[in-house]
Design a protein around this ligand. Structure first.
Ligand code: C2E
Ligand code: MG
Ligand code: MG
Ligand code: MG
Length: 283
């Protein structure tokens, strides 16, 4: 009967909730140790200039190299870490790892000295007024110019009427860090919200490109966003570029930078270093 069925599905629901909670508990018990023992790794996804297809930098994306479960993508742990606050430690760890890397490139690898690397920062950091000073202290320790680093903040979590948030962003900018608005268009694509934000880079969400090139309205939206971004002096990055057609279209419409599987997937640091060196050799 219907009643029996709903009881069964409720039992299933309860059971899967229980399993999910046990899993969350297990992860929470292990995350500190995992961080201390270096299980979190920096992956880099190259960014290319549309104009000449040169690699100008990369986005740092976290991976959890779990000895038992293998290489885990961020969607399997970042949402939980956002809930319990651990994401702040992960982000800071990634930031420091990137500084270390940039310092190494400055000392040992001529070809990689002009790279700009972006790091994702959860909105939880934007409650910490000391964030800019804390990050500057890290760049100073590694003797890195903040101009080599871009802080990615996700659109849906930034509010231009939040005085404290805007002040933190202003300080970051004053220190020389680049600031980008990530996943732009996913939450509420209003460039008006950017009016008072000190961002200098706009990353258009990959959802825009999923079906846009064969869709006239989608094309118009992208075109007008690129035009408005240019009026606001924002550099534009297209995320999730997967096809030749998307590349042709975005290039023609004046988008500045491409990041997507069409060019390259996220890769480990050594693969990235080799890719840049190879590319310069063949140029
Ligand atoms: P995001 O910051 O928007 O990063 C871009 C995501 O899009 C990456 O997924 C990347 O692999 C994926 N991507 C890039 N090009 C393509 C493409 O052409 N097609 C498709 N289908 N996907 C593409 P990833 O590495 O799984 O990261 C997912 C999200 O996890 C990130 O989205 C970001 O919000 C979060 N994340 C990753 N690393 C960190 C971190 O260190 N700190 C924080 N707070 N969040 C992070
Ligand atoms: Mg990002
Ligand atoms: Mg994001
Ligand atoms: Mg994004």
């Amino acid at each position: 009967s219907i009643k029996d069925n709903s009881q069964i599905s409720y039992a299933f629901y309860e059971e899967s909730m229980r399993v999910a909670l046990i899993l969350e508990n297990e992860i929470e018990n292990r995350m500190e140790k995992a961080l201390a023992s270096g299980e979190f790794e920096v992956y880099l996804q190259p960014k290319y200039l549309f104009s000449d297809e040169q690699i100008i930098g990369a986005e740092a994306l976290v991976r959890w190299n779990d000895p038992e479960r293998g290489m885990l993508p961020p969607n399997e742990f970042i949402p939980l870490f956002e809930k319990n606050g651990f994401v702040k430690k992960i982000d800071t760890y990634m930031f420091e790892a990137v500084c270390k890397l940039l310092a190494k490139w400055q000392k040992e690898m001529d070809q990689l000295t002009n790279m700009i690397i972006s790091v994702n920062f959860s909105r939880l950091h934007l409650e910490n007024m000391l964030l800019p000073e804390e990050l500057l202290a890290i760049t100073n320790r590694y003797q890195i110019d903040p101009k080599m680093i871009e802080i990615e903040l996700t659109e849906g979590t930034i509010f231009n009427n939040d005085v404290q948030m805007v002040e933190i962003m202003n300080h970051l900018k004053d220190f020389g860090f680049h600031i980008s608005i990530d996943d732009f268009g996913r939450a509420y694509s209003s460039l008006n919200t950017l009016k008072n934000l000190p961002a200098d880079i706009l990353k258009l969400d990959k959802a825009f490109f999923s079906e846009s090139t064969d869709n006239a309205r989608g094309e118009k939206i992208i075109t007008s966003m690129l035009n408005m971004a240019k009026d606001l002096d924002l550099i534009t990055v297209a995320e999730g570029v997967e096809t030749r057609e998307q590349v042709e279209f975005l290039k023609e419409k004046g988008c500045d930078i491409a990041q997507g599987f069409f060019y390259a997937k996220p890769m480990n640091v050594f693969e990235f270093e080799d890719l840049v060196k190879e590319k310069l050799k063949s140029a």
